[in-house]
Design a protein around this ligand. Structure first.
Ligand code: NAD
Length: 282
């Protein structure tokens, strides 16, 4: 299946970069959010990524404007009538996603594939609110989506083989590396990542360890590009907390829910996107 036009729903931490990634492959894409200010933030993110390439001398300034022109910002579904592939990137709550999937089922052509960037939730449950569960699939990018090459293609109970293959093909068309995986909580990457990070969270709370020192030690050891607390701030505390809670529920105390993270989320401190999390962000 060839994707002539795509759409991304949700222009937050992930959505703006996903739209930029799709447009970088010369595929027109609609970027929708609920308010214009969020759409604008997503478009600004896309612009800044291409601006970085202009600054490095790898992209002409007029090419930046042309590529940006491939992304159409929207707060409604008007531009969805001729899309072939949609990536949903709204908050990690099943009721929010199901509302969006039911809407997408109404506004997109019958052949369109409806994909979710969910980090952990059930693709089957998203498909159930549509009339095309066979065309609903997980399509899980990693942060930062413009850089990280992997995409998990997740098959729900009703996802057809054709849909999974088309999603893997689309991943390659936007220069990513797809891996196909089953619908297990955390899929592959978050299950592995969270099992090690959970140990660090647990250790920090058991010992009262200094968050900055722990992050520094992880970075110094070159165990990861950055420590788990700074990474959590960049990913969004609400998203990370939802995944941690889901894994804990699914697999028990092999996983851990960091109490301070719960308090921060309850207080509205979600990391870089709100200006404060474990760290202050300018
Ligand atoms: N943050 C990460 O590192 C990361 C990595 C991989 C996958 N994900 C997944 O991607 C999804 C989005 O995460 P995020 O971090 O970008 O969240 P985010 O909170 O940064 O952005 C979500 C955006 O969706 C918008 N939104 C909410 N309801 C909407 C609706 N009905 N229609 C259109 N837009 C709507 C919000 O206004 C917001 O701009 C989640 O499922 C998350 O698990 C996140």
């Amino acid at each position: 299946m060839f994707v002539f036009k795509a759409a991304v729903v949700g222009a937050g931490t992930m959505g703006g970069e996903i739209a930029q990634t799709i447009a970088s492959a010369e595929i027109p894409v609609v970027l929708k959010d609920v308010e214009q200010q969020f759409v604008d933030q997503g478009l600004a993110k896309a612009r800044s990524l291409w601006q970085g390439r202009v600054d490095q001398g790898k992209l002409e300034a007029d090419e930046l404007e042309r590529k940006l022109g491939l992304i159409t910002g929207a707060t409604d579904y008007d531009g969805f009538g001729d899309v072939d592939f949609v990536v949903e990137a709204v908050p990690e709550r099943i009721e929010v996603k199901q509302t969006v999937f039911a809407e997408l089922d109404e506004v997109t052509p019958g052949h369109a594939i409806l994909a979710s960037n969910t980090s952990s939730l059930s693709i089957t449950e998203m498909g159930q609110v549509t009339s095309r569960a066979d065309k609903v699939v997980g399509f899980h990018f990693f942060y930062p989506a413009s850089v990280m090459r992997l995409i998990e293609v997740i098959e729900g109970d009703d996802t057809s083989l054709e849909t999974a293959q088309a999603a893997a093909g689309f991943a390659q068309a936007i220069r990513k590396l797809p891996i196909r995986c089953a619908e297990a909580p955390g899929f592959v990457v978050n299950r592995i990542l969270n099992s090690s990070v959970a140990e660090i969270w647990r250790y920090q709370e058991e010992t009262g360890g200094d968050i900055k020192q722990i992050d520094q030690a992880v970075a110094d050891a070159k165990a990861a590009p950055m420590g788990p607390f700074l990474l959590t701030d960049l990913l969004g505390l609400d998203t990370v907390l939802h995944v941690a809670e889901y894994l804990r529920e699914a697999y028990g105390d092999r996983f851990y829910v960091h109490r301070r993270m719960q308090e921060l989320v309850a207080g509205g401190d979600l990391g870089a996107k709100t200006g404060r999390g474990f760290y202050e962000h300018g």
